[in-house]
Design a protein around this ligand. Structure first.
Ligand SMILES: Cc1cc2nc3c(=O)[nH]c(=O)nc-3n(C[C@H](O)[C@H](O)[C@H](O)COP(=O)(O)O)c2cc1C
Length: 236
């Protein structure tokens, strides 16, 4: 009898394991065209409001989910993210504007006249998802995979980009608008933001998504693109 129950237990174990494998491996119930339509829905949205119909906890959940599955070279995972909302988000933009102002003014009054309005409109948005690359991970990977060392700087960029597009799309599917900014274009701004957000010296600012409620109905028309005849080739 004990042998018999062992056999039953074994069969049950195998069946449960098979079921688990099946559950894990079956594709989610979203069609390829639905997935593409969702990705296509993402737009650069400007003039964002200082409100968010999506709770911060949900944005956090989305970012953590993306970080938990997005790809990176050799699965090295160099991407780090800071979510900034509320008063901290306003202070974030005050820092950007204070430091950028003399630098942009030095480039000419016309540059500052144009940029100050743009920066103020970013400041008026609700929050930022800030994407960093932890360069200690990148430097370590260069040693571990020495023959590919020359590729890891760009791999770090690719990995953060993949996280960016996933979070950007997800936030817009939630009903928010977002635009992608690169304040790392002004190095002293990056240094000040690192201090303000208290991240390690090894972090490099790669981009940040400004987000908030949309000022108008979502514009889902894709901006004009080059024809496939120019961008695609099928070799067979
Ligand atoms: C790598 C990359 C860098 C970008 N940098 C900026 C940026 O610094 N500021 C900005 O307003 N938009 C930026 N954008 C947004 C593009 O201008 C925008 O994606 C493009 O015009 C197409 O519009 P869409 O986002 O609505 O499809 C960037 C996009 C990518 C992919």
């Amino acid at each position: 009898m004990p042998r018999y129950s062992t056999l039953i237990n074994l069969v049950l174990f195998v069946l449960t394991a098979l079921l688990a494998i099946n559950i894990k491996m079956s594709a989610p119930k979203v069609s390829t065209n639905d997935w593409l339509a969702a990705a296509k829905y993402r737009r650069s949205v400007y003039g964002l409001k200082g409100t968010s119909k999506v709770p911060d906890s949900r944005v956090q959940e989305i970012v953590e989910e993306v970080l938990a599955f997005a790809p990176s070279s050799y699965n090295t995972q160099p991407v780090r993210v800071t979510l900034v909302t509320g008063e901290k988000h306003t202070q974030f933009w005050d820092i950007v504007i204070d430091i950028a102002e003399p630098i942009l003014k030095a480039a000419g009054d016309a540059v500052w006249d144009k940029m100050s309005g743009i920066l103020q409109s970013h400041k008026a948005s609700y929050g930022s998802v800030v994407f960093w690359e932890d360069t200690t991970v990148t430097e370590e990977a260069k040693k571990t995979h020495a023959s590919y060392a020359h590729l890891f700087d760009s791999f770090g960029e690719h990995a953060t980009g993949m996280n960016q597009i996933l979070v950007w799309t997800a936030l817009e599917l939630e009903g928010l608008g977002a635009n992608l900014q690169h304040m790392n274009g002004i190095p002293p701004v990056e240094e000040a933001l690192k201090k303000f957000l208290d991240v390690p010296a090894s972090y490099k600012l790669r981009a940040h998504l400004n987000y908030g409620d949309e000022p108008a109905a979502h514009k889902d028309t894709v901006p004009p693109k080059r024809p496939a005849s120019e961008t695609f080739k099928y070799v067979h």
